[in-house]
Design a protein around this ligand. Sequence first.
Ligand code: ATP
Length: 263
Amino acid sequence: MNAILPVAVEGLAVHLGGSRILDDVALSVSSGESVAFLGANGSGKSTLVRAILGIVPASAGSVELFGESVAARRSVPWSRIGYVPQRVTASSGVPATALEVVRSGLLGRGRLWADVGPRAKRKALAALSAVGLEDRARDHVQVFSGGQAQRVLIARALVREPDLLFLDEPLAGIDRDSRRALASILSELRERGTTLVTVLHEMGELEPIVERAVVLEGGRVVHDGAPPPPPPGHDHPEHDHVHPHDSADWQAHHAPTLRMDPS
Ligand SMILES: Nc1ncnc2c1ncn2[C@@H]1O[C@H](COP(=O)(O)OP(=O)(O)OP(=O)(O)O)[C@@H](O)[C@H]1O
């Protein structure tokens, strides 16, 4: 019997603004895999993630998430899926605390069991703790640094306890400690069996957790397999010697359990 794949894409084409952005993309992601989408600027990585999630329409081909067609949105088990979009501000000018932003991750269409009240708050605080921001829960995200805002968005995805997590350029514009902290979080998620799909320019600090690379060029898949070696003279000495769990200070006292269910 075939196991249900978290992601199955066949013959996918996407046209936007009159241009062909993706062409004949086929790939699948198995349960527990950690896959990176790599490629130059404009090669179509973000569009691929957005098409997989049904945010942009396919002009040909099919996408299934956990065996359900994304075109039939209601059948997809969205509660099992988390998405951290390419860096955006955590709110759009509306004052919101970190706790509120993370709690918003528990809302959603079709979540009849949507968490409300103290239980939701406990879960949101646990997710903030997992990204090292529990003590900033009541601060407005507008005052957060780029790296901290990024962590809030990651907490908003984690609070759903996703089985499948998409992250678009999570390393962009954040400092080395935050990058290492993120590597630690993702490494722990991997150990728990979460399926990870990460859009990256280069693997950097996430190299240890990427087991497979899908490389895009001009909207087509040109490689799907072992991650390419780092470019010459770019041997990332800092993570040759530092295990992600040993890095950033806040990890030491937050070394958190990523279990969000307080019960
Ligand atoms: N809504 C849109 N309308 C028209 N063209 C678009 C749209 N969205 C993306 N594109 C184009 O599609 C191409 C691929 O964009 P995409 O953001 O997927 O690339 P990417 O590989 O993620 O790039 P980057 O690494 O710079 O984020 C680009 O040429 C972009 O300009």
